[in-house]
Design a protein around this ligand. Structure first.
Ligand code: SF4
Ligand code: SF4
Ligand code: SF4
Length: 402
């Protein structure tokens, strides 16, 4: 059965049906609730996961068929684009659709087109290890990574996690059949397992230290081990989605998610919860892929859902039938009356508004700037030179030595 079929019980005959704006629909008629899907769809999606894994395996180790696009590290991005178009067309929740559009564009441009068209080692500060290609945001030390951290501090939502990460890209657009409660462990012990990721976080701190040291057997060995401890669980949890849910890696293991989560916590982001209007229906928990006990947490913490786990997908807010939940971030500092609740998130994009056009133009300009910058600097930042040295030469700055 499809997500749509679950979400709309007892539909009246088409002739009597009235078109209701989504934000006014009862929650049970919205489409964020995870549906039960036919085994054929689940199999198709699982095969896509396997294919993405084989692409990485071939590019990293097997080197068969000359590592063509259909079987290399960009295979995952191609799958995200293909399934992404399908999911964007099928998605009925305007906020999720907007997020999927931005996510698929970001992953396609930043994680596929640029590294594929202009392959060069990304700007590191420090040790050049392995194969990272601009803008591999997950690589410790990248400039983009620190820019993203600033954005997370201001806007929260583990910005990358909901809007840019290929991991979420493939798990959102391919892993959707595994969002249902039948696949997602939500017991108290599963909730406790989220702490596992702090082990990976410590390893990550070690990796950040190692990239600033001169290359030797210890730093190289540690970075190689760290890469394997990140990549293998990344794909393992993907293949285990039928048993771990679609966000197993993000929930339990990802060190970058832990980093962004900490910034969520110390930054300006949280979810506000209004106990007076809450009817304890539990929908906010059911739609959360990270299995956050949303309303219970809000009740226990005086109306604040402030957790390292939230990736800001907004499903709990758009699904809450009473509007008891709302995002809060830096925009609330600038505009205290702003309430980013269900109604706010679900409003349709109104292209007649200048602010909307400016935002869209800004997004296009950023993408074009990144494309142009990548093309330009691909010739300047080469595979054998580290950014501080090259940037020193490019900008006439003194060389930084580590
Ligand atoms: S938790 Fe990690 S893998 Fe998951 S979306 Fe965030 S950065 Fe990506
Ligand atoms: S916050 Fe909203 S969705 Fe969650 S239990 Fe309360 S009324 Fe239901
Ligand atoms: S708490 Fe809400 S916004 Fe955060 S991850 Fe869960 S459903 Fe998404």
């Amino acid at each position: 059965m499809s997500e749509e079929a679950i979400a709309v019980p007892n539909r009246p005959p088409a002739a009597n049906r009235r078109v209701i704006p989504v934000h006014l629909m009862p929650a049970e008629q919205q489409r964020s609730l995870a549906g039960r899907y036919a085994w054929q769809i689940k199999t198709l999606c699982w095969v896509a996961f396997v294919w993405a894994f084989l692409g990485w395996l071939n590019d990293a180790w097997l080197f068969q068929f000359g590592s063509p696009m259909w079987l290399n590290r960009y295979t995952e991005q191609a799958i995200i684009l293909a399934f992404g178009v399908w999911r964007i067309v099928a998605e009925k929740n305007p906020y999720t659709r907007k997020r999927l559009i931005i996510l698929v564009i970001n992953v396609t441009v930043l994680w596929w087109l640029i590294p594929w068209a202009w392959p060069f080692i990304e700007p590191h500060t420090g040790y050049l290890a392995g194969l990272p290609a601009f803008p591999a945001l997950h690589t410790p030390g990248t400039i983009t990574f620190f820019l993203v951290m600033t954005a997370v501090f201001l806007f929260g939502r583990r910005v990358i996690c909901g809007w840019n990460c290929p991991c979420v890209g493939i798990r959102e657009v391919v892993g959707f059949p595994f969002r249902h409660a039948a696949h997602v462990p939500r017991s108290p012990w599963a909730w406790r397992l989220r702490h596992l990721k702090w082990i990976w976080f410590l390893l990550y701190l070690g990796a950040m230290w190692a990239v600033t040291r001169p290359a030797n057997n210890i730093t190289s060995g540690f970075l190689g081990l760290f890469a394997m401890l990140v990549v293998l669980p990344y794909f393992a949890t993907m293949l285990l989605s039928p048993w771990l849910g679609n966000r197993g890696y993000c929930r339990f293991l990802c060190p970058y998610g832990a980093t962004f989560g900490l910034l969520n916590k110390v930054g300006m982001f949280r979810i506000d919860y209004t106990a007076d209007s809450c009817i304890r229906c539990g929908k906010c928990e059911k739609v959360c892929d990270m299995s956050i006990p949303v309303w219970k947490m809000g009740l226990a913490h005086q109306g604040k859902v402030d957790t390292t786990e939230c990736m800001g997908c907004g499903r709990c807010i758009t699904e809450c039938p009473t509007g008891s939940l709302a995002f809060r971030d830096v925009r609330n500092l600038l505009q205290p009356s702003l309430r980013q609740d269900r109604k706010h998130l679900l409003r349709r994009v109104d292209w007649r508004r200048m602010a909307v056009r400016w935002r869209f133009a800004g997004f296009v300009l950023v993408m074009a700037g990144v494309l142009g910058g990548a093309m330009h600097y691909s010739g300047l930042v080469g595979t054998l030179n580290e950014l501080p040295i090259r940037m020193g030469a490019i900008c006439g700055l003194p060389v930084i030595s580590w």
